[in-house]
Each structure stands twice: as C-alpha cells, then as structure tokens.
Design a protein around this ligand. Structure first.
Ligand SMILES: N[C@@H](CCC(=O)N[C@@H](CS)C(=O)NCC(=O)O)C(=O)O
Length: 242
C-alpha cells in the first residue's frame, strides 16, 4: 500500500498522462490544480518541485527509502510510477528499452511538435493582425505532426499497442492524438492509429482519468477574445529567462 500521490495538474494532454497512469496502476492520488493561465506555475512553492515552470509534477509521500520524492517531466514521472508498481513497464531489459524508445519519442517529438502546431494554427491568429503571418509555422508543424502520425501508424500495424503489450508508452502518447481538429486526419490517413486511439480511449481507467478534468475549472480557451484569454496569453506566450 502506498500513500496518496499529489498530482500538480491542469486539464491538458500532459496532465492527463499522469491521471491515466495512476488510474491504470491503481495508485491513490489527489489533484492539486495549477492554473497555468493565471501564472500559478511561477509560485515559488511550485518552482521548488518543477523548476521548468511546467505542470505536471508529482509528490509521492512513499518514495525510495520510504521518504517523499518530488518529480517533474511527465516522462520521468511515468517511468518512475512504472518502476514503483512494476506495472505497464517491463522488467526485461530488451522490452524496457523498446518502451523507453517510444516514451522518449513522444516527449521529444510528438508532444513538442503537436504543441507548436496548436500554437500556430489556433493561438497565434488571436494575436496577429495579419493572419498570413502564422501560416508558415502552422504548415511546418502540421507537416511534422503528419509525419509523426505516419511513424506511429506504422509501429501500430500488426500490434494492439505501441510496444505490443499495453504500457506507459501508450499512456504518454494517447493524450496527444486527441485534438478535435486532427480527427479527420487520423480517420482518413492512419487506420492503425485510429483503431489504437479507440482501443485506448475505451479503457475504463482512461475514461475515469479524463473525467478528472471536469473536477478542475477549465482554463479559458487561449484562442478566445476577451480579457481573461488575453491575460492568459500574456502569461504563457513570450516567456523569457527571469
Ligand atoms: N515536457 C513537459 C511539458 C509540460 C508542459 O508543457 N506543460 C504545460 C501545459 S501542457 C505548462 O505547464 N505550461 C505552463 C507554461 O507554459 O508556463 C512534460 O511533459 O512534463
């Protein structure tokens, strides 16, 4: 039995990864919202556990040696939870390396490029008088996400899950193929990806984890007009070293 894991969370794809893992692994958890649109990621107490001013982060009261441990970066969190529970993260070294490859693939490729695509397609237009200015970035990152979907679709051919058995690689990747604007792309061009998306989305633990998002006040849509969205864009976009 382990103590309750505190998840520093906001309802975004990176936040969902951690609630999915805790639900799948049967770990008790509680959510501490970090309203990133209001700048709560810059509070000193949050920076003390997540110096990159990004959520998610966790505190596990029963870390190594029975002492608490704080962890930031969703990939590091999922690998830790997999090692802690021995679930969804194979002990066999060859199988573990495969899972690590796809965890890092998501962290270094799909997540950042899908995030940039979202920025240039959906958020940049709200800040630009001339809409054409965001087109280059939107096209560049849409192409890259399309390429990455192709890579994932190829990996999923003949497999139910990314590494054969369901693993943390699926939990970390699935939240990043949820964008509604990407639905047509997935359906039309990537049949194995589409089938996997539905297979993972039907899991009870995944559904429960996503329902947690409803318990947190939704952030204002960053593409919206109005003062709250404008203030959130000021907090999130154009950050430099302080
Ligand atoms: N590589 C990080 C990315 C986390 C990330 O980008 N989090 C965003 C929300 S999805 C955030 O906290 N943004 C706050 C900010 O930009 O100041 C991870 O996977 O944990």
């Amino acid at each position: 039995m382990t103590g309750t894991i505190e998840i520093f969370y906001w309802p975004t794809p990176n936040g969902h990864k951690i609630t999915i893992a805790c639900e799948e692994m049967g770990l008790p958890y509680k959510i501490t919202p970090v309203n990133i649109g209001r700048g709560e990621q810059f509070k000193p107490e949050f920076l003390a556990i997540s110096p990159n001013n990004r959520m998610p982060a966790i505190i596990d009261p029963d870390g190594p040696g029975g002492e608490p441990i704080a962890i930031f970066e969703s990939g590091a969190i999922l690998q830790y939870l997999g090692r802690k529970t021995g679930l969804f993260y194979p002990a066999d070294e060859r199988a573990r390396v495969k899972v690590d490859e796809w965890v890092h693939w998501q962290m270094a490729n799909l997540g950042p490029n899908a995030g940039q695509r979202n920025h240039f397609r959906n958020y940049a237009p709200a800040m630009l008088a001339d809409q054409r200015q965001s087109a280059y970035g939107a096209n560049r990152y849409t192409n890259e996400v399309n390429r990455l979907y192709g890579v994932l679709n190829g990996q999923l051919e003949g497999r139910d899950f990314i590494c054969g058995d369901y693993s943390i690689a699926d939990m970390i990747t699935w939240p990043w193929v949820q964008g509604r604007s990407d639905a047509a792309l997935i359906v039309e061009d990537f049949p194995h990806l589409k089938a996997w998306k539905e297979r993972v989305g039907a899991r009870e633990a995944v559904r429960k984890a996503l329902a947690q998002a409803a318990s947190v006040r939704p952030g204002v849509g960053l593409q919206q007009s109005g003062k709250e969205a404008e203030d959130a864009r000021k907090v999130l976009f154009g950050q430099r070293a302080r």
